[in-house]
Ligand binder design. Structure first.
Ligand SMILES: NC(=O)c1ccc[n+]([C@@H]2O[C@H](COP(=O)([O-])OP(=O)(O)OC[C@H]3O[C@@H](n4cnc5c(N)ncnc54)[C@H](O)[C@@H]3O)[C@@H](O)[C@H]2O)c1
Ligand SMILES: O=c1ccn([C@@H]2O[C@H](COP(=O)(O)OP(=O)(O)O[C@H]3O[C@H](CO)[C@@H](O)[C@H](O)[C@H]3O)[C@@H](O)[C@H]2O)c(=O)[nH]1
Length: 438
């Protein structure tokens, strides 16, 4: 099939590569000429393991191209996937400006064809319920203005990939959700993903739109639940990791997303939890559980810092090393990373800061220019009064902690992700503090 993907950010780029690997002819379209040029030359503007190699392979095979010119590729596309950003508006609702711009552009570009069929326009971006209908309306308005009839059909096709595992998730999804209100749209969308061999669920467009937000909100709820429980565990002397382990053996609960820590970040959970609440509020409802999820998440970095201060006392003048800046390992993305409020607070308290992250330092440098960025992990640890582990990079977890203890001025380690071996850390001479873990 011929597929156009509009928006070549995280999702769009991964999707173009995965669909080309599935045997389709794919074109990625973006308004950013620098990004398009880089992608066409086989350079990935983001860090995502394995994706650049796969991109180069598909470019070489000739099934994948990138352009800024939507008009050039749209006319013979069977399916147009929209993967532009939907960032939060001032009130938390999803900003659909980019989506509207693309929809109107499609309405100005679509041409009638002799077979009297039109393309399927599928929204892959995360959008509020009802957006499919709005996109249809924007396209139709432009067609009507031109006096042209093109029988395009709408679909919703939410994306569930995780950063750091993007290509794997795009090629091996737990499920493909297809929202379609006509049999032809459903059938064409099913054939897009047929080569993956993944389970497919066909629903209405509205249901598909809600499934995406509901999934993210539920995962965020699991995390905030565990983070709040960790606060109680710490008070009553229980170990949150053992508790999570014991809970996870219940198949009805499952072991995933039960890791307490310093709160969830990234470009999706914080914005999607807010957007679902905004949607509810526009419908005259308030979602109390999600209010609590958000509030626990906002206060979790502060709770962690409180613990640091209760051990170290005033932070002014202390040499503090922060390990991990990205919102999770495997990405260079620092959007909504819990490291941001933590660095801000440490800076305000007058601590001297050194940071190390395998991929996130360039972006963080823009926000925190006065932090010292170490060129490697051993250098970051040297002469520190305390170490705060904020992202569980493999390099950090696998570090030779046994021999590093003597490099620190004071061997305080605060593990915000509960990934180091507490018993060994104590044996090696550290004063080690996890999150509700003794
Ligand atoms: N990042 C993720 O892990 C992830 C996962 C699942 C779903 N999502 C959702 O997918 C959507 C895209 O997310 P992302 O992280 O890829 O966003 P992004 O910000 O990385 O990329 C969006 C891209 O769209 C381009 N764009 C904007 N306006 C355009 C236009 N008029 N024409 C063509 N291109 C245009 C931008 O230049 C940019 O390259 C969002 O709705 C997001 O919530 C993201
Ligand atoms: O037990 C856990 C699991 C995750 N996290 C944190 O939660 C955040 C998000 O992690 P993750 O979900 O792995 O990364 P994302 O790339 O943001 O992926 C989420 O958001 C995407 C965008 O919508 C969805 O497509 C994915 O399905 C969904 O997992 C990160 O800060 C993690 O550190 C925890 O604190 N504890």
């Amino acid at each position: 099939m011929k597929i156009t993907v509009v928006g070549t950010g995280y999702v769009g780029t991964t999707t173009t590569v995965a669909l080309a690997m599935s045997g389709h002819t794919v074109c990625g379209v973006d308004v950013d000429p620098v990004k398009v040029q880089a992608l066409q030359n086989g350079h990935l503007p983001i860090f995502e393991e394995g994706l650049q190699d796969a991109l180069r392979q598909e470019l070489a095979r000739g099934r994948l191209t990138f352009t800024c010119d939507l008009g050039q590729v749209i006319l013979d596309s069977d399916v147009v996937l929209l993967a532009v950003g939907t960032p939060p508006d001032a009130d938390g609702s999803a900003d659909l400006t980019a989506l509207e711009a693309v929809a109107r552009q499609l309405g100005r570009l679509f041409q009638p064809n002799p077979n009297q069929t039109g393309p399927i326009v599928a929204v892959k971006s995360t959008v509020p319920v009802g957006t499919g209908a709005r996109v249809r309306g924007w396209i139709q308005q432009e067609l009507t203005l031109r006096g042209v009839h093109v029988p395009f059909e709408m679909a919703s096709n939410p994306e569930f990939l995780r950063e750091g595992r993007a290509l794997h998730d795009a090629l091996h999804p737990d499920r493909v959700v297809i929202g379609a209100d006509t049999p032809r749209a459903a059938q064409l969308m099913e054939s897009v993903y047929l080569p993956l061999g993944a389970p497919q669920l066909v629903t209405s467009i509205r249901d598909a739109e809600m499934i995406k937000y509901a999934s993210n909100a539920f995962l965020a709820t699991k995390i905030s639940f565990m983070n709040e429980l960790a606060r109680l565990c710490e008070r009553v002397g229980a170990n949150i990791q053992q508790v999570a382990h014991g809970m996870g053996w219940d198949a009805r609960i499952n072991p995933h997303f039960l890791q307490a820590g310093i709160g969830y970040g990234g470009s999706c959970f914080p914005k999607d939890v807010q957007a679902l609440q905004a949607l509810a509020s526009q419908s005259g409802l308030s979602l109390q559980i999600l209010q609590a999820v958000e509030s626990v998440n906002r206060s979790q970095p502060g709770w962690f810092l409180q613990k640091v201060k209760s051990v170290l006392g005033p932070l002014h003048g202390l040499q503090i090393t922060v390990l991990g800046l990205t919102f999770k390992p495997g990405t260079d993305d620092i959007r909504e990373s819990p490291a941001i409020p933590i660095l801000k607070h440490l800076e305000e308290q007058g601590a001297h800061l050194t940071a190390y992250d395998p991929k996130g330092m360039a972006a963080m440098k823009q926000r925190f220019p006065s932090v010292l960025y170490a060129s490697n992990l051993p250098e970051a640890l040297r002469d520190a009064d305390a170490v705060l582990l904020l992202t569980e990079w493999k390099e950090v977890v696998d570090h030779d902690w046994a021999s590093s203890c003597k490099e620190l001025r004071q061997p305080f380690v605060f593990d915000g992700r509960n990934v180091l071996n507490a018993e060994l850390m104590h044996q090696w001479g550290y004063s080690y503090y996890g999150v509700a873990r003794h």
